[in-house]
Design a protein around this ligand. Sequence first.
Ligand code: ADP
Length: 206
Amino acid sequence: MRPRFITLEGVDGAGKSTHLGFIRATLLTLGIDACFTREPGGTRLGERLRELLLAVETEVSLETETLLMFAARQQHLAEVIRPALVAGRWVVSDRFTDATFAYQGGGRGVANARIAVLEDWVQQGLQPDLTLLFDVPTEVAAQRMAATRELDRFEREEGDFHRRVRAAYLARAADNPRFYVLDSTRSIADIQSDIAQRLAQLAEQP
Ligand code: ADP
């Protein structure tokens, strides 16, 4: 079976992390022991950059923020993602480049064309096979987060920022068949039944 690269995306609080364990278990029942990783992060350097990028006290220009995301991504691809795929392992990454288009592009206003240059530079044509987009209205996401955690530098942004992030994700999904959009206002069980079906389908494809 050809190894697949799966990414999880969505606004903060949409429910990505909630489903990680389920995705791991579902893949295992299909006989797939995937490598689970995340962005920004996934490597020692990347995790240090993540700390800086998410820390509320960090002051950084939007261009520098974008470049740091791609610096972490380059390292992640070189150290984790490409070696795993070459070794025949599936990879599941909690966020990848769509998040840069959504947050730095949609949220902060970096031109998509500039992000696309960096995407080509680090990915050299590599794209996820499947992107699960957990979609909820930003008000729902905000309520879910407020109930459970201290907010990071991105999560603290105002409502309009998150609305632009969500719109950018949905615009990308509309254009691209690798996206599978999950209405994440539904119950966890309903969402997981869709995820299980989609993963089984992907495993069956030649
Ligand atoms: P993300 O990783 O996308 O930021 P989380 O998985 O941390 O989001 O979810 C944020 C909060 O919302 C958690 O407290 C989680 O239990 C809750 N949650 C996630 N999915 C659902 C759902 N479908 N229905 C109700 N609450 C949910």
